[in-house]
Design a protein around this ligand. Structure first.
Ligand code: S3P
Length: 433
């Protein structure tokens, strides 16, 4: 078990980059594996979650070479995979398990998907139900539709699915299955979720049709292999963006970070809270990317709710920290999805913030945070959830005395190198550049 020790940090004055985007890295392997030739992926995130996806495809007969830590070459199999050599271990990764369900439902063999203790508690009925409507045969061995999942793949038919949740994982599982199905498959979501799958399909020359909140694909299309460069992960940058935003006098530039508008809600929230944010888009082809520049101020409270929630869903733990550091009462609502993430993030955030002395009122679908207090270092656990660990580390940068975050290995699922970056920020003066 690795624990982190953190103390109050000086002003941040730095220009940094962050590792590759997790959602995009998963999809870059999946679509390259389904495509018709060889593609080189650069900027790949070599985190445990994305390596679970890579290993899964290697088990399905896909040749993948790791040229270096962040460069991989994938030899596509034209959508025709080999039966897996054993169980496919998705580790902690919901994206791996749910998207693989879509792809494997259409393969003419049996596969079994397993996950770690956290993933085995997460709801899979949300993908099993629509895929079953398409003709898939999926058995959940766990209670209440949970993993392990056994998939007996076969022929699928297109459906028009009205999703009850704004979930990119659900949408993507259905669209990926739809590529193998007879006819057209469409998904309508209640709010816009991240659209990486749609963009990456278009990059591989399969353009989904979009009409409001409905996306559809026509079955039987062949993806074209194309090299792809993964931008930095704005959800990883978020920890440092909040740290700099809440520290008057700080100035941070994050370069080569993904700026897909379905992911940049954090910038809008920080602007509402009073931070000085400058977003510079360098390129828009494939996935938009560029730089974010931020200057710290005394933050003020805001409300985060409604259709903004899917856009900031992974940033809510660190935005709760921003709220603790802002003057006034911040309200986060319509976010009950947080209860089914890597842990129940509403309960975990409320418990940990209180340990620092923050006044938090937990609600069924969010929380209210009375910010602007003086906080003391705390001894908190990660609950095995990477974003809880990193968010608490940032609050430690603003607290008197020492903070300990326990059981931090989980951070390797999304942000290897987080603690080294944190160590640089803990150094005074220009040395944290
Ligand atoms: C993801 C979608 C989101 C997000 C997760 C990654 C993806 O989950 O929270 O970290 O890569 O599609 P949901 O689809 O469950 O909202």
């Amino acid at each position: 078990m690795t624990d982190w020790k953190i103390r109050r940090a000086p002003e941040i004055n730095a220009e940094i980059t962050v590792p590759g985007d997790k959602s995009i890295s998963h999809r870059s392997i999946m679509l390259a594996a389904m495509a018709n030739g060889t593609a080189t992926i650069t900027g790949f995130l070599p985190s445990e979650d994305c390596l679970s996806t890579m290993k899964a495809f290697q088990q399905l007969g896909v040749e993948i070479q790791r040229v270096d830590n962040t460069t991989v070459v994938v030899h596509g199999r034209r959508g025709k995979f080999l039966p897996p050599t054993g169980d496919i271990d998705c580790g902690n990764s919901g994206t791996t398990m749910r998207l693989m369900c879509g792809i494997l439902s259409a393969q003419p063999f049996r596969s079994r998907l397993v996950g770690d203790a956290s993933l085995s508690k997460r709801p899979m009925g949300r993908v099993i139900e629509p895929l079953t409507q398409m003709g898939a045969r999926i058995t959940a061995e766990g209670e209440k539709g949970r993993a392990p999942l056994v998939i007996e793949g076969g022929e699928l038919k297109g459906i028009a699915y009205q999703s009850p949740v704004a979930s990119a994982q659900v949408k993507s599982a259905i669209l990926l299955a739809g590529l193998f199905a007879r006819g057209s498959t469409s998904v309508t979501e209640p709010e816009q979720s991240r659209d990486h799958t749609e963009r990456m399909l278009a990059w591989h020359v399969v353009r989904p049709r979009k009409n409001g909140l409905t996306v559809s694909v026509l079955g039987g299309q062949q993806l074209e292999s194309r090299d792809f460069e993964v931008p930095g992960d704005i959800s990883s940058a978020a920890f440092w963006l909040v740290a700099a935003a809440a520290m008057p006098g700080s100035h941070l530039i994050v370069k080569n970070v993904g700026l897909n508008p379905t992911r940049t809600g954090i910038l809008a929230v920080l602007i509402r809270m009073g931070a000085h944010v400058n977003e510079i888009v360098d390129a828009t082809e494939g996935e938009p990317r560029g730089s974010v520049e931020i200057r710290g101020v005394e933050l003020k409270a805001t409300t985060i709710a409604g259709r903004e929630i899917p856009n900031v869903i992974d940033e809510l733990p660190i935005l709760a920290v921003a709220a603790a550091l802002a003057t006034g009462r911040t309200i986060i609502k319509d976010a009950k999805e947080l209860r089914v993430k890597e842990t129940d993030r509403i309960a975990a955030i409320a418990k940990n913030l209180r340990a620092f002395g923050v006044d938090v009122f937990e609600t069924e679908d969010g929380m209210e945070i009375e910010g602007g207090g003086e906080y003391h270092g705390a001894d908190v656990e990660s609950f095995g959830d990477h974003r809880i660990a990193m968010a608490c580390a940032v609050l430690g940068m603003f607290s008197e005395g020492q903070t300990t975050v326990r059981d931090t290995e989980c951070v390797n699922t999304s942000y290897p190198g987080f603690y080294e970056q944190l160590q640089r920020f803990l150094k005074p003066g220009k040395s944290n550049e």
